[in-house]
Design a protein around this ligand. Structure first.
Ligand SMILES: Cc1cc2nc3c(=O)[nH]c(=O)nc-3n(C[C@H](O)[C@H](O)[C@H](O)COP(=O)(O)OP(=O)(O)OC[C@H]3O[C@@H](n4cnc5c(N)ncnc54)[C@H](O)[C@@H]3O)c2cc1C
Length: 412
């Protein structure tokens, strides 16, 4: 890293909070930091603080399995995630920082007639919207992933898949740091180890009032606008302004194995997911096999991993990719996810003037970081909700305009 940049960042992060900011962002994950970055770089708004109770990236943004894709099942989502795929592809050039972005393609495999029908429809929708998703049969799947057992252990026969070519991965903590460094270099304050404990509002009257700032364990910070970007902790923040929000917090776990050298030394290139098994795997830059499965049904704020996940995830993995049985599990971990009723994110204004949310990112929000940040920055800067995120407002539940897309979430 450039020494001068490092000094600036170190100094800025050591600063005491200022008494007031134009914008305070609660949560130093990808969404909070990307919003700060785009506020500074696209709109010249730099009197901004990102307030993070631990260290940046300590939440889901530093715990995810790094899959970026746009093969969604409804037009609003395809459009939104396609913008994110584009921004990710250009992120290294834009920020000047390596995020280890790698285009890999994703095979979304099905084992039933019903699944195949739904997958074909999704591929058609993607194509109609200019997204490269093709339907492929078992032979083509075998050519892309020679390791696959097409009989699925005799129980989950591989009947077909969609091949989503733009799918990619990027190193999660590098994405967090690229946005953080980029924002800090523009003058944004990143306040780590600072917990928001309350939110002050004024002038409630018959409405919900206007936000005036945040209480923290380092004192009160005044703010014209406050954005909550706190993933699984969203309801603890919205409670502070008396706002009920349809989010439940559920755990999602992941694990990584030791290095797989590949068949004939050939890397395991694509991302492979099975819809019916609710399982997915990819290979990291270190050659380790990174996998995950569905979110835990029981709501919880706990970060503890469990042996049941280890058992069920590895059983699914071996069903489809028998070579995985020869590897060793090195680590497993958990994040707490903000699950919305329709499996789509919630972004934008709330009934509390000046208080915004970006949430409902659930198990699928890493891929949405650049587009979410870009759109929220525009909303904060201009006061107008960009068309790209207009369908994702909190008011959609009251207006009966839900964006039901659980089939695209891939983890249930
Ligand atoms: C195991 C796992 C695998 C995943 N895999 C993928 C994937 O492959 N692809 C994909 O697209 N998505 C994936 N996701 C989802 C993705 O990681 C998240 O949706 C995304 O990172 C959310 O980013 P965020 O910035 O909203 O939240 P976070 O990164 O969780 O950041 C929120 C921050 O808010 C802070 N905070 C909370 N309360 C307070 C407070 N009171 N004061 C100050 N700070 C506070 C937290 O400490 C945290 O750092 C996965 C998630 C998990 C857990």
């Amino acid at each position: 890293m450039n020494e001068q940049v490092e000094d600036e960042i170190t100094l800025r992060w050591a600063d005491e909070p200022k008494a007031a900011y134009d914008v305070v962002i609660i949560g130093g994950g990808g969404h909070g930091l990307a919003t700060a970055y785009y506020l500074a770089t696209r709109h010249g708004i730099t009197n901004v603080a990102v307030v993070e109770r631990n260290w940046i990236g300590s939440g889901n943004s530093g715990r995810n399995t790094t899959i970026i894709r746009s093969n969604y099942g409804i037009p609003a989502s395809v459009r939104f995630y396609q913008r994110s795929v584009e921004l990710y592809a250009g992120l290294e050039a834009e920020t000047g920082r390596s995020v280890m972005h790698q285009r890999k393609g994703l095979l979304w495999i099905h084992h039933s007639e019903t699944g195949i029908r739904a997958e074909r429809a999704r591929a058609h929708l993607n194509q109609a919207m200019g997204v490269e998703t093709e339907f492929v049969g078992p032979e083509e799947i075998k050519a892309i992933v020679p390791e696959i057992d097409l009989s699925g252990g005799g129980r989950f026969p591989v009947m077909g898949a969609s091949h989503h070519l733009p799918a990619a991965t990027a190193r999660h903590d590098r994405v967090v740091w690229a946005f953080a460094e980029g924002a800090a270099a523009q003058g944004v304050d990143i306040l780590q180890h600072t917990t928001v404990t309350g939110i002050r509002t004024a002038g409630g009257g018959s409405g919900a009032g206007r936000v005036t700032g945040v209480e923290t364990d380092r004192g009160f910070i005044a703010a014209g606008t406050v954005l909550s970007a706190t993933a699984g902790h969203t309801t603890t923040i919205t409670d502070m302004v008396g706002l009920r929000i349809p989010i439940r917090t559920h755990q999602l776990q992941a694990l990584v194995t030791n290095q797989y050298r590949g068949q004939g030394g050939r890397a395991f290139h694509p991302i492979v997911a099975s819809a019916e098994l609710a399982f997915y795997v990819s290979q990291t830059a270190r050659g380790q096999m990174l996998m995950g499965a569905e979110w835990e049904r029981q709501p919880s704020y706990s970060y503890r991993s469990g042996s049941e996940f280890l058992r069920s995830c590895t059983a699914k993995a071996i069903t489809l990719l028998p070579f995985l049985r020869d590897l060793r599990v090195l680590r497993q971990w958990t994040g707490v996810c903000d699950i919305s009723p329709d499996s789509s994110p919630i972004m934008g204004l709330t009934p509390v003037d000046g208080f915004l949310v970006t949430t409902g990112w659930g198990t699928w929000g890493f891929k949405g970081i650049p587009a979410g940040g870009e759109a929220l920055a525009e909303l904060i800067a201009t006061g107008r909700t960009p068309a790209l995120i207009a369908p994702f407002g909190l008011d959609r539940f009251a207006r009966d305009r839900i964006l039901a897309d659980a089939g695209s979430a891939g983890t249930q």
